[in-house]
Design a protein around this ligand. Structure first.
Ligand code: SF4
Ligand code: SF4
Length: 274
């Protein structure tokens, strides 16, 4: 028999916040090369830094500095927040979520439309990448140097993102992305994490949190793998939406320095529930 939980759709609190962080990441990834903050136009042999043409070596150094600073910032956030970068900012994760939504959120009869939309999303991702290394006009001005090469790159990246988004989803993040492996190792002991504590026995065991998890975890189960958790909050949205219509506090929340499982005894619930 269906429990009351099983018919309640996920909430939107963290989903909306993720929309903001994803939007900011994408805006930066588009704006930096578009405004010539750091930009290579390899086919034309032009290089830009701070909005002005600059020698190639200076632009390469600035690009590497930006990449290293970004990597260090992500690594620094992993100890306290776990794989939050994967769940809240990574463009690959955004693509996987968007493709997952396109694939699962639309009626099956719109199969062709769903795939066309996924190809469109993948092509958009390819353009964002190419924009760092060439003027995008090279794609529609056949006379420009690099026209054929740019289309080869665009087609290859589109195929890659399409396969990632539609067929691999978060399998890409967990099993293929080397940065994801590294963050998975680093995230074993993160301080902020999802925890299940049900001293009052309010959990209906509906498994809605597990069904909502994009990486297939069961945050209310005994074998919750914290190193695979993206700290995305989708399960919290789901559980909180259920408890918005029921008495009692949701048994899932954020915890600080708590073991993830088993659930602590009554009176020892962690601090900082979300
Ligand atoms: S913790 Fe999971 S199983 Fe328990 S009530 Fe919340 S959504 Fe349902
Ligand atoms: S367990 Fe919750 S926070 Fe972790 S990845 Fe799954 S839905 Fe996101």
């Amino acid at each position: 028999m269906a429990t009351p939980c099983s018919v309640i759709r996920p909430g939107h609190r963290y989903q909306l916040l993720r929309g903001v962080t994803y939007g900011l990441t994408l805006a930066l990834a588009i704006a930096i090369p578009a405004l010539h903050g750091v930009k290579f136009d390899i086919p034309a042999g032009l290089y830009y830094l701070g909005g002005e043409p600059a020698p190639p070596l200076r632009v390469v150094k600035a690009f590497l500095l930006l990449a290293v600073a970004t990597a260090l910032a992500i690594l620094g956030s992993t100890y306290p927040f776990g794989r939050m970068f994967c769940g809240w900012s990574c463009p690959g994760g955004q693509l996987a979520r968007l493709a997952r939504w396109l694939h699962h959120g639309w009626p099956k009869r719109h199969l062709l439309l769903r795939h066309l939309l996924a190809v469109g999303v993948a092509f958009g991702g390819a353009l964002i990448c190419l924009n760092w290394f060439t003027h995008l006009a090279v794609l529609w001005e056949a006379g420009r140097p690099g026209f054929a090469g740019a289309w080869r790159w665009a087609a290859g990246l589109t195929a890659l993102f399409y396969v990632e988004g539609v067929w691999l989803g978060f399998v890409w993040c967990e099993r293929i992305c080397p940065y994801g492996w590294y963050l998975g190792i680093m995230a074993q002991d993160n301080r902020l994490r999802i925890a299940f504590a049900d001293p009052d026995g309010v959990c209906g065991d509906c498994a809605a949190c597990a069904k909502a998890c994009p990486v297939g975890l069961d945050p209310h189960g005994a074998n919750f793998a914290a190193d695979r958790c993206l700290t995305c909050g989708t399960c919290l949205d789901t559980c909180q939406a259920i408890f918005a219509r029921r008495d009692g506090a949701p048994p899932l929340g954020w915890a600080h320095r708590l073991p993830v499982t088993p659930a602590p005894p009554a009176g020892e619930a962690g601090e900082g529930w979300g």
